[in-house]
Design a protein around this ligand. Structure first.
Ligand code: HEC
Length: 170
């Protein structure tokens, strides 16, 4: 931010959505020398190379997680968006708020008006502060209950429990 370099994103020229950026021309910054562009490839490579942390031994029920894996890819349809082993879409991973049953408040602040499919590997590391972009679901049980209701999955209590153990294993 405010470094010397090139930044281009024509979407920031939208006067209604980004009044300040449109006025200051932040969507087309051409600082010289360009210290940003030459470092982006290496930075991207580094980001992709970071392994997700594995859950500690004994932190989830292995047998239940194995059953939960079946539900994740089968009846619960989670894997249609959270595609293993990335657990997000390998391509355009954005969804309209209406597809996941939440409001558009934060999505509408972004140029896409969408939410990104959260990659789930290493999910066990952030079980505090809630889930989804604004932490609206306090627990994984709440997340699963939301999908079950919104997508009319008809999951049994056992299937929900297995799914949660699987989520803790990623
Ligand atoms: C239509 C695509 C889609 C489907 C189907 C889907 N998800 Fe998601 N998932 C998303 C998106 C998009 C987000 C990010 C929502 C947000 O940030 O507000 C998300 C977020 C999550 C999160 C929160 C992660 C975090 O770090 O806060 C969990 C957990 C999750 N999904 C689990 C599941 C499970 C379990 C299922 C199956 C029952 C499932 N998802 C089905 C798109 C999907």
């Amino acid at each position: 931010m405010h470094g010397s370099g090139t930044f281009f994103d024509a979407r920031l020229n939208d006067k209604t959505q980004y009044a300040v950026a449109a006025k200051t021309g932040a969507g087309n910054a051409r600082g010289t020398p360009d210290r940003i562009t030459p470092t982006l490839a290496a930075l991207h490579f580094y980001q992709l190379a970071i392994p997700s942390p594995k859950p500690p031994e004994g932190s989830f029920d292995k047998a239940a997680a194995a059953r939960g894996k079946e539900t994740f890819s089968g009846k619960a349809k989670c894997a249609t968006c959270h595609v293993p082993p990335l657990f997000t879409e390998p391509g355009n991973n954005l969804h309209a708020p209406s597809e996941i049953g939440v409001d558009a408040f934060q999505a509408d602040r972004s140029p896409t008006h969408m939410y990104r499919t959260a990659p789930l590997a290493g999910l066990w590391t952030h079980q505090k502060g809630g889930f989804y972009h604004d932490g609206r679901f306090a627990s994984l049980r709440d997340v699963v209950a939301h999908y079950d209701g919104f997508l009319k999955l008809g999951l049994t209590e056992q299937e929900k429990g297995n799914l949660i153990e699987y989520l803790k294993s990623l």
